[in-house]
Write a protein that binds this ligand. Structure first.
Ligand code: CUV
Length: 621
């Protein structure tokens, strides 16, 4: 594979990569791995050593430390996604104000669909959009319900997008979030020294933060980007480093928010002549990590690499500009860029990297900053060195599976009851279930676990949908094009064949639903089916797997799915092993509380065994 050749190239050139730094960190700290390290005050830090120091200085035990740490992980993850979604809301407001024309409301249908659910009626789409933004922002400032909790004092977006059966369950468990900022900040207070010491109560907070992540982050973020950029529909593109071009100027857009990338794509076409002027054939924009998926889903931009590959993209020697916004950006990119001609450009005020160029990006002057960035790339291209190697691999990809586009596909078979198409196949047993593959790649894990799990699921007639860095690994290994049909069991192949025949388009076996924020689409997908069947989500043959999670965000996404009553495979083991009680609660007893639990499995076979056990116990029909 191309990665190995690039790793070899980096070694020869004396460049340190994530894998080298990981090796230098070994052995990893066991207290950190087990979750039994507490830094929430400065009497310590404290570590729990069984048989020696079973309590921290304040008297806290392992269970409480682990549960508090999980709450903090989720608070951080949820606030990252919520910040992302709020950014989208503010941008939509500015667009609706029409003080600039850099972006517009592309998907009126989605706007109206959501507005109706919020009870907004107006003929003017800008007025509708502004009122919709206000309703969204309400989820960041609602105070009602703080003193006297009344029914209905919880997130608007949860109210309009979540499954009604689940809302009742969350109400009973008292985990409906009042407002996103309040819950994440309260979580920090709840877990500081001298506060909540009840591990079960803390773990319920983990679920509550999962709901914050889900409805103030994921679903809200995707909904707003659909309004601005359009709901994704099936699209073809390519993946792997082979999508970089030696004869063109390469701009890698990396991070999470689609605003900057989409503008750069637009201006890269308009400024092509300038690129030709310095001898380049054109301007090739490609995506990295979740921005990669955002741009792929709507504009068919090639997506070339996941978290642990970001440095390798620069090692090719043809990355002229790497432009980044928020999240999952290794600061090491600048060290590596400085060994080449590559310009690293940051664009968001709170994400600065020493040595990188900073071009602030605002929606109201998106055209100006996009042009500046592209011209930096044109300049950089003229300074390209000779240390160039682009791995040849390049796979075709079919992406663009939003809930809407999936229902469109089904509607060619059953116009009025789209979900019935999937339900029929599940009932007949030709499809055994649906597994959502999500989450990151991780230097600690052999990341081929994504590919291996996926292939085993396909073989077992399980429809695989997914997002995030999984989608990069799957696509790079050809699982998002028609060649992957060979991995499918007969029932799954028949199902995909029927969809292809009725829609006259190629339908690959792995359905790319977008960036990690688009895990909200997965939530809506599962919720709608459960509502259609009037059955608890936890009784349906649906499982989630995050086989190489790395970020805090990925853990809060996992708690979103757990809160929905789904079983979630998480690898590597989250920091819970320091307490047998917590481990047992999360991997067994949680099922009685919410319907789902954490599944463990550090290799593909073990993980798939666990997943299949769940799927087979939840047959439909
Ligand atoms: Ni947001 S969160 S490493 S890029 S999926 Fe990839 Fe996806 Fe995890 Fe980050």
């Amino acid at each position: 594979m191309g990665d190995l050749e690039l790793i070899e190239k980096a070694k020869k050139e004396g460049i340190e990569l994530v894998f080298d730094r990981y090796n230098k960190q070994k052995p990893l700290c066991n207290f950190g791995l087990n979750g039994t390290c507490c830094k929430n005050c400065h009497q310590g830090p404290c570590r729990i050593i069984p048989g020696k120091s079973e309590r921290g200085i304040c008297g806290v035990n392992a269970e409480t430390i682990i549960a508090r740490n999980l709450v903090r992980i989720c608070a951080s993850g949820a606030s990252s996604h919520a910040d992302h979604a709020r950014e989208m809301l503010i941008a939509l407001y500015k667009i609706a104000e029409k003080k600039h024309n850099h972006y517009s409301i592309k998907d009126e249908k989605k706007l109206i669909f959501l507005a109706k659910k919020l009870g907004i009626n107006n003929r003017n789409k800008e007025i509708i959009a502004k009122r919709l933004v206000e309703e969204g922002l309400e989820d960041f400032r609602r105070q009602e319900g703080l003193y006297h909790k009344k029914e209905g004092d919880y997130l608007n977006w949860l109210k309009i997008r979540a499954n009604k059966r689940l809302i009742k369950k969350w109400q009973r468990l008292n985990i409906l979030p009042i407002n996103s900022d309040l819950e994440t900040s309260h979580a920090l207070h709840q877990t500081t020294m001298g506060n909540d010491a009840d591990p079960i109560h803390l773990l319920l907070t983990v679920l509550k933060l999962g709901l914050v992540d889900g409805y103030s982050g994921l679903v809200l973020g995707s909904d707003i980007s659909d309004i601005v950029f359009g709901v994704p529909h099936l699209v073809k593109s390519t993946t792997n480093f082979g999508s970089l071009r030696e004869d063109s100027i390469n701009i890698i857009v990396h991070g999470h928010i689609p605003f900057i990338g989409s503008k750069i794509v637009e201006w890269s076409k308009k400024l092509e002549k300038e690129a030709n002027g310095v001898g380049a054939k054109g301007i090739n924009v490609v995506g990295m990590c979740c921005t990669g998926s955002e741009l792929l889903m709507r504009q068919g931009v090639p997506f070339i690499g996941h978290l642990v590959q970001q440095e390798l993209a620069i090692v090719t020697g043809v990355a002229d500009v790497v432009v980044v916004d928020i999240q999952c950006i290794y600061p090491s990119l600048q060290d590596i860029a400085s060994c080449y001609h590559t310009k690293l450009i940051t664009t968001v005020d709170f994400v600065r990297i020493p040595g990188a160029m900073h071009i602030p990006f605002k929606v109201e002057d998106a055209d100006i900053s996009s042009k500046l960035i592209i011209r930096e790339a044109i300049k950089a291209y003229t300074k390209r060195g000779t240390k160039i190697f682009i791995p040849k691999e390049k796979n075709d990809v079919i992406a663009g599976f939003s809930v809407e586009s999936i229902k469109d596909l089904f509607s060619k078979i059953n116009k009025n009851n789209q979900w019935q198409v999937l339900v029929d196949y599940l009932k007949k047993g030709k499809l055994k279930g649906v597994v959502a593959m999500v989450g990151c790649t991780n230097p600690k894990v052999d990341n081929s676990i994504h590919e291996e799990i996926t292939k085993l699921l396909l073989k077992n007639n399980i429809l695989v949908i997914g997002t995030g860095c999984w989608s990069h690994v799957a696509a790079q290994n050809g699982l998002m094009n028609m060649s992957a049909l060979k991995y499918c069991g007969d029932g799954l192949r028949e199902f995909l064949g029927l969809l292809k025949e009725k829609n006259r388009v190629d339908i690959p076996p792995c359905w790319h639903m977008g960036s990690c924020v688009d895990c909200g689409r997965i939530g809506v997908f599962f919720s709608e089916i459960s509502e259609y069947l009037n059955k608890d989500l936890s009784s349906l043959p649906f499982v989630v797997s995050s086989p190489a999670f790395a970020t805090e965000k990925a853990f809060s996404i996992a708690s979103y799915f757990l809160a929905m009553g789904l079983n979630v495979h998480i690898n590597p083991v989250p920091p819970i092993y320091g307490s047998p009680k917590i481990s047992k609660f999360l991997t067994q007893d949680l099922e009685k509380v919410i319907g789902g639990r954490i599944l463990l499995g550090d290799n593909a076979k073990k993980a798939v065994n666990e997943i299949l056990k769940i799927i087979h116990s939840k047959k439909l029909g």
